[in-house]
Ligand binder design. Structure first.
Ligand code: GRG
Length: 300
């Protein structure tokens, strides 16, 4: 393992308890009349995951000189949105997956109807969490965070990217701009929101928030190209399983359009841009730079 990736691991280890505690505060206890639904929401959120989006939120807050604890609640809201997207993405009407993070998917455990509702519950809980009174963040900033999260997660962001991805499945002539458009929204939008929200929590001025938004969007795109590359180079026995899944479906991917080497080149370019932006924040940007390297160098 390279020293760079170890750097990301120590960043993630430092952030993990802060993120876990904020998620735990946000999720209700599974008791009372809706206990099955809440159990399904907890199942879809807890028990694994890299917590990358909340980590980017905390690292962006630190990059602009803020105390990471100020970004903890918004970071939890981001993870709730991410968890909802995975629960819905795994449904039979979407990717129809049996496994997520090495465990049966939420609909496999709780049934399809409850999984749809658990996703809905997580999505709305994210906004309830962000809107709750919080003395450490001015109401005006929280309102801006809510607006940002809604637009990045919604039809002009993640959901819009996912719908285009679904529409283009099986199409042979998906071109690079279309693929770029899909991934910038499907994955890049939430990464961008994570960084901008973290910067807002840290009290950054508008230009720093915008710069970190661009950083997040490009890093999200790099994340997705790496995902495509891991999918494309998956061992034959894994095709149709967690990795090799998109290849089995004949989906348009970066390696299919650009080739493996050119795709790796794009990841290097996006990674270099992200690292330059992060290191532009000086020592305070080091955790963010380590996360950028983690995203571009990951092998699973
Ligand atoms: C409304 C039915 C309905 C569906 C919407 C919006 C949506 C479904 C899906 C978004 C698709 C999505 C999850 C895209 C991101 C792709 C991706 C590679 C996710 C995995 O992220 P990681 O690796 O996951 O960060 P962990 O498990 O580490 O949290």
């Amino acid at each position: 393992m390279s020293a760079d990736v170890q750097g990301a691991e120590s960043t993630l280890a430092r952030y993990a308890p802060v993120i876990a505690a904020a998620i735990e505060r946000a999720l209700p206890e599974a008791s009372g009349p809706s206990s099955q639904l809440i159990e399904a929401m907890r199942y879809g959120t807890l028990g694994g995951g890299k917590r990358l989006r909340p980590a980017l939120c905390l690292a962006s807050c630190e990059a602009v000189g803020g105390d990471l604890h100020r970004a903890a609640t918004p970071a939890a809201a981001l993870e709730l949105i991410h968890a909802y997207s995975l629960v819905h993405d795994d449904l039979p009407c979407m990717d129809d997956d049996d496994l997520r993070r090495g465990r049966p998917t939420t609909h496999r455990v709780y049934g399809e109807a409850l999984a749809v509702l658990a996703g809905d519950g997580l999505l709305t809980l994210a906004f309830e969490t962000l809107a709750a009174p919080d003395e450490s963040i001015p109401a005006e900033s929280r309102l801006e965070m809510i607006r940002l999260l809604a637009s990045c997660a919604g039809a002009r962001g993640m959901v819009g990217g996912q719908s285009l991805d679904v529409e283009s499945e099986g199409e042979k002539d998906v071109d690079l701009p279309t693929l770029q458009f899909i991934h910038t929204r499907k994955t890049g939008a939430l990464f961008s929101a994570a960084c901008r929200i973290g910067a807002l929590a840290g009290g950054a001025p508008v230009d720093r928030v915008a710069l970190l938004g661009k950083f997040g969007e490009k890093l999200g795109l790099a994340f997705q190209i790496v995902d495509d590359l891991l999918d494309e180079t998956a061992k034959p026995e894994t095709i149709g399983k967690a990795s090799g899944k998109d290849r089995a479906r004949g989906k348009a991917t970066y390696p299919r359009i650009l080739g493996i080497e050119e795709s790796r080149g794009r990841v290097r370019e996006l990674g270099a841009y992200a690292e330059e932006v992060a290191l532009g924040f000086g020592d305070a940007g080091a955790p963010l730079a380590s996360l950028a390297r983690f995203v571009t160098e990951r092998t699973s």
